[in-house]
Write a protein that binds this ligand. Structure first.
Ligand code: SF4
Ligand code: SF4
Length: 425
């Protein structure tokens, strides 16, 4: 696509062209500094570079073409929205979680100042007309996970066509029933939006596609147990981030190619950092594009990240949906069972998350765990303390970081991360 074709498409989407150009310029520079400066990247990383360079270009063109052909686009903010149902209805699903400080002033006219940057970012992107994904959506699906999000959706819903799913906060049998009822309500909303009926056959096919994507990501996650690490944490995070934007089938094929290359690299004993480099597991809040600050600080401090315990990471890919049920009702049961395993900090109690972090640290041979909490995020700030105690009990060195999307604290964070890495060396 030419620059003129890009610009014409963004104008049709009613983006603020000047502000959007400025955002892309900053994103390009940031990507160059953080990604293209890495040594020893996999050849398959060219796919990541291409997708990122066209994240507001070719992918948006594909989405617009699909819309012109009659498809509907659904935007989401949370891994509780089942892509299986969205695809089964013949719609496209895209992640809208924004990871940049943009449109903050405008966002603070709609949500309180003491709101986490993830929420302020998606609100700001909408109000400042910066996100071609948001502007492409026919339906935006929110969920009642944390208080910040569910109240923000009331205000956000005045600007977009919104459907909010109730996500329970506990995991008893009645909570699973409640979530299953919400799946039916979402299914009905999708059918009304698309005019398509979700059948057992369409849901089975969609479940296989989504499971294939998760299996490719599981394969990649397991290969990171090798020492030396075959892929940087930054690139692995980007793979997970792209999983929310790219076409699911193309994404699955590309990630499997990346895994083939990683296996060949492991067989030769090669990696992105020398054997013995301190290995860290990142745990906590999801990191949406282009929230790469902490991974960059860690990996430029002499450590390598070997796993992400996050929704843009293993929390989203750990569990597959059972493919064996043959009728629609049993398939909805299977979906409810699968999604209610997600160990988001919004649940109480949520002790399985502590066990998952300890298991990941063990399996990935991590030398330490860094917990990342977004400023003003109550659920993860509370759990950061419990994770700290659990890591102490397991004898795993631990560092808790709380930050936002700004760069003001980068120097101070780097000092803390370097001191932590030093203790592991
Ligand atoms: S951390 Fe919780 S609220 Fe956020 S995306 Fe994950 S499941 Fe959803
Ligand atoms: S980071 Fe925390 S406060 Fe922000 S949306 Fe996620 S769970 Fe809610």
């Amino acid at each position: 696509m030419t620059d003129a074709a890009h610009a014409a498409m963004w104008e049709r989407l009613d983006l603020d062209i000047e502000a959007h150009d400025a955002l892309l310029a900053v994103l390009g520079k940031f990507y160059g500094d953080i990604y293209l400066s890495q040594q020893g990247r996999l050849k398959g990383a060219e796919y990541l570079d291409f997708v990122l360079s066209e994240v507001h270009g070719l992918r948006i063109k594909e989405i617009q073409d699909a819309k012109a052909a009659g498809k509907k686009v659904v935007g989401t903010f949370c891994v509780f929205v089942p892509e299986e149902l969205t695809l089964a209805a013949g719609a496209l699903q895209v992640g809208l979680c924004a990871g940049a400080k943009a449109g903050t002033e405008k966002a603070e006219t709609l949500v309180p100042r003491g709101t986490c940057d993830l929420i302020k970012s998606f609100v700001g992107f909408k109000l400042a007309r910066l996100c071609p994904y948001t502007e492409s959506c026919d339906l935006v699906v929110g969920e009642t996970t944390c208080d910040g999000k569910k109240k923000a959706y009331e205000a956000f819903g005045e600007h977009v066509n919104m459907h909010v799913m109730e996500v329970p906060q506990c995991k008893g049998p009645c909570d699973v029933d409640l979530f299953r009822a919400e799946l039916v309500r979402y299914k009905d909303a999708l059918e009304a939006l698309t005019g398509n009926t979700i059948t057992a056959a369409s849901l089975a096919a969609a479940t296989r596609r989504v499971n294939a994507k998760r299996q490719a990501l599981q394969r990649l996650a397991k290969l990171r147990a090798a020492d030396p690490a075959p892929i940087s944490g930054r690139d692995a995070l980007l793979v997970n981030q792209i999983s929310f934007y790219d076409d699911p089938d193309r994404f699955t094929a590309k990630v499997n190619e990346l895994c083939d290359e990683m296996e060949a690299r492991i067989a030769k004993g090669e990696g992105v950092a020398p054997k013995g480099t301190p290995r860290l597991l990142l745990a906590g809040c999801p990191m949406a594009v282009p929230n790469w600050k902490l991974p960059y600080l860690i990996e430029s401090s002499g450590a390598v990240i070997v796993g992400e315990e996050s929704c843009i990471g293993e929390r989203n890919t750990r569990d597959l949906t059972d493919e064996t049920p043959a009728d629609l009702e049993a398939m909805l049961d299977a979906l409810a069972a699968r999604y209610m395993k997600i160990d988001c900090a919004c649940f109480t109690p949520n002790d399985e998350r502590l066990a998952h972090i300890a298991a990941m640290a063990r399996e990935l041979k991590a030398d330490g765990v860094v917990h990342y909490g977004l400023l003003f995020c109550q659920p993860y700030a509370n759990e950061a303390m419990k994770v700290g105690k659990a890591m102490e009990a397991a004898g795993v060195p631990y560092l808790a970081i709380e930050t936002d999307y700004g760069m003001e604290d980068a120097g101070q964070l780097k000092t803390r991360v370097e001191a932590f890495v030093e203790t592991l060396s």
